[in-house]
Write a new protein. Structure first.
Lengths: 161, 161
DNA sequence: TGTAACGTTCAGTGCATACTGAACGCACGA
DNA sequence: TCGTGCGTTCAGTATGCACTGAACGTTACA
């Protein structure tokens, strides 16, 4: 691997670490992000200089998250991994999901915690409503983006904002 | 603190931990989320059963993140903390910021990593473009939400989606 | 049937870091 | 000029967890 790739994979590892995920997972993800061909566990282990056990575990976790895909070839017993085709919406779904868990906790608080203050109750309700609204808007924006990508450059350049 | 509040603060602590932040930070945040009045470091330390040192450090971090606010009262040497008024947009900005750092790394890869495959280059470009588009849409949605909140229920119910 | 080459699992280790308790600096009031 | 009561800092600890190496189960091929 060239210097720039090493630099990138390491950076991606640190970013993953900052989000509470294993550093190796980030490096695997980074490596596959700049790779056209799917890569085997052995390739990844050697390129990244880590044990095959770690690669196996973390690649499976990433695949479960939906950001990686496991591919297999006929007559080849190796497992290969590659970046998921719809990578962007996957990562967005991942992030939105975490935020949703957060909002769900707020909802539980609103329902279970005895709150005297009307202002606090309104704050919690407002938070939940804002999340619902924004999640909706994000979904709509994503669909719109996909449409735009699918219908290639028309002569009229102009969808209005 | 009642059982439901303890349950909620602990849950919030675990959610914070899952995102790579100190558990105590989450519990502090949770406690202030369901509290009308600002709370002092001593109050928080006692209610949550942790050292004042931890509360001091973590509350300051959360304030720097923008999700908490430090308030002081005249003739009172205590520091008080409360949940930020514009909590939702703060947490959104926080999350969007982390995503942006991620996208910036992708951009660096596109510029520095020698990539032979045109498909991979297109993937990276597509990722960046999608992020820019979505960040824009999120910003617009947030402004729209704020407007809607500020202009209270008009007789004509109808802003269209 | 035996062997080699897979991916997975699991106990063990090392490292990072959250958290604590004590010391510290500082501002206020007597 | 003390003493008191703040918030902060810092060295030390321990707790969790990422990561490793070896053992394991499984499948394909000889």
């Amino acid at each position: 691997m060239d210097t720039a790739t090493i630099r990138f994979t390491d950076r991606m590892g640190l970013l993953f670490e900052a989000e509470g995920r294993p550093r190796i997972a980030g490096r695997i993800f980074g490596r596959l992000l700049v790779s056209e061909d799917p890569r085997s566990l052995d390739q990844l282990a050697e390129e990244l200089g880590v044990s095959k056990a770690s690669v196996s575990t973390n690649a499976r976790i990433l695949a479960a998250m939906g950001v990686l895909e496991r591919v297999c070839r006929p007559g080849d017993r190796h497992d290969y991994y590659r970046a998921a085709p719809d990578l962007f919406s996957r990562t967005m779904a991942e992030r939105l999901g975490r935020w949703q868990r957060f909002t769900e906790a707020v909802g539980e608080a609103r329902r279970t915690v005895p709150i005297r203050s009307a202002r606090v109750r309104a704050r919690l309700r407002g938070y939940e409503a804002a999340y619902a609204y924004l999640a909706d808007a994000i979904g709509a924006a994503l669909r719109e983006w996909d449409e735009r990508r699918e219908s290639p450059p028309l002569a009229s350049g102009g969808r209005t904002r």
